[in-house]
Design a protein around this ligand. Structure first.
Ligand code: UTP
Length: 468
């Protein structure tokens, strides 16, 4: 049997032999590329993932939803010293997931390279790097930063950091690792071709970060460095504090294995995942799985009952991630399906199709599905205006404009709290553009120390960048 016959037989066993439809048209290079692509797919694992994503196993009965316990900001502040101690002792790492495809933003650079600083034009990567550098300086440590990429953006991401000298961080402390990819299929589970010689693949979701940490040796690297706690965040949220002593402190003092920050919803129908408790386990139910009628339920005090939104900021014990990923346990995270528009080659005509509506199914794991698997969890409340404004879309809701606006609003409110007079417009917005680099201050406390006794003036309608 020739190599291609062998591959054809293997594909046929899984109903995927159409991947060789254009074999006869391909040149040598195309053929070897296609064989390499097919070889890299674990067809049995794909089938299992597909089946799991198409059963309703993970959808739970809403009658079982309870409101989980949530610590408030005062409890976070009380835990600050404990968090500062473990940071100082080098027991905390930052980890950012940046392997997504950023299709909604629609740019051909990694999302993290997108300029978001309202005055400086600093990229998301730069803003996080400066946040980590600020913590390094404050606590006299070198916090390792683990950056998850995927095949599609790994090279562009690492070159971007090199071109920018790692934003002043020590390159030995910025560790890139790539997540796994999984085939993209049509609604019936037939894997799609992106080109005649190329299988359509997509990253396996941010939940893939846990197995990727183990498989790429990053967990071992953490252990070698004495890291016990992982401060997890997403590349799209410029308001996040990469390593937050209050959140880490609350995680540590509560003896939690996995913790999450949360905030109140903006409206009943806001499209965010919600924290609930089921059988005493902290769980996130996605917006699309949450019964509409329950979104507006009120509690005895007349407040929204299910109001704890997921902002994708977590702390995980290294030991917990190890336990999740040893043996086959890494596959314990459930698979989810998402309908997406994916450009593909039409098998009948051989032409390239860029669809107007979803034509494909991507399979993804979500990191928050690890929460109910943890023995102990903790939720800490934060304010949206302080910590959350994701860049998802080019325009509109959760866009470049709203993230820049929220950076300016937060900078203005910190300055006002420090006694600096900030000119405001008639509709209550800061009059002008103000940006505070995390190197200058990364919260109101550090800003107060900088501005103490000062007589700063912010000019109406101007641009102000506070950076050392
Ligand atoms: P999103 O769910 O917003 O997806 O990712 P996305 O791929 O960035 O954007 P769209 O949906 O294509 O527009 C939330 C976070 O999870 C990361 C993203 O990089 C982002 O930080 N992510 C997502 C991964 O690291 N890997 C994935 O497979 C998916």
């Amino acid at each position: 049997m020739s190599a291609v016959d062998d591959v054809r037989a293997r594909l046929a066993k899984h109903g995927q032999e159409h991947l060789l439809t254009f074999w006869d048209e391909l040149d040598e290079q195309g053929r070897s590329a296609l064989l390499a692509d097919v070889d890299a797919i674990d067809l049995a694992a794909f089938e299992t993932a597909w089946q799991q994503a198409h059963t309703q196993e993970h959808v739970v009965d809403p009658a079982m939803f309870e409101v989980p316990e949530c610590l408030d900001a005062i409890e976070g502040r009380r835990a600050r010293a404990a968090g500062e101690q473990v940071i100082r002792e080098g027991r905390v790492a930052a980890m950012m997931v940046a392997g997504g495809q950023a299709t909604r933003l629609g740019v051909d650079i990694p999302k993290g390279a997108f300029p978001i600083g309202p005055v400086s034009g600093a990229s998301l990567f730069q803003i996080f790097a400066e946040g980590i550098a600020a913590s390094n300086e404050r606590y006299g440590v070198r916090i390792p930063w683990y950056v998850m990429t995927s095949k599609a953006n790994h090279a562009a991401t690492t070159s971007y950091f090199e071109e920018h000298d790692y934003f002043g961080l020590n390159p030995a402390d910025v560790l890139f690792f790539s997540q796994s990819m999984i085939p993209v299929a049509d609604e019936k589970g037939k894997i799609l071709l992106e080109e005649k010689h190329k299988v359509a693949m997509s990253p396996n979701g941010h939940g893939g970060s846990l197995t990727a940490l183990a498989e790429t040796g990053m967990l071992a690297d953490m252990t070698a460095r004495g890291v016990e706690f992982i401060s997890y965040f997403q590349v799209d949220n410029p308001l996040v504090k990469p390593v937050d002593p209050e959140f880490v402190g609350a995680h540590v003092t509560r003896g939690s294995q996995m913790s999450s920050l949360t905030m109140g919803k903006a409206s009943d129908g806001e499209k965010v995942g919600l924290f609930i408790e089921i059988d005493e386990k902290l769980t996130i139910v996605e917006y699309s799985d949450f019964p509409e009628a329950m979104m507006s339920l009120k509690d005895a005090d007349g407040r929204r009952k299910f109001d704890l939104a997921n902002i994708a900021v977590h702390v995980l014990d290294v030991a917990f991630v190890e336990s999740m990923t040893s043996g086959d346990a890494g596959r314990a995270l459930p698979w989810h399906r998402a309908s997406k528009k994916v450009s593909t080659v039409d098998l009948a005509s051989g032409t390239f199709v860029a669809p107007d509506s979803p034509n494909a199914v991507k399979l993804e794991m979500f990191v928050f599905d690890a929460l109910p698997l943890a023995r102990t969890t903790m939720l800490l409340r934060t304010e949206r205006s302080e910590r959350f404004s994701p860049v998802k879309n080019a325009t509109g809701v959760d866009s470049v404009a709203t993230a820049k606006r929220d950076l300016v609003r937060r900078a203005a409110s910190w300055l006002a709290e420090c006694g600096v007079s900030v000119p405001m417009t008639a509709d209550g917005e800061p009059d002008g553009v103000v940006e505070i680099s995390p190197l200058y201050a990364d919260d109101v406390v550090s800003l107060a120390a900088r501005e103490e006794g000062g007589d700063r003036e912010i000019a109406a309608g101007g641009s102000t960048l506070l950076r050392p």
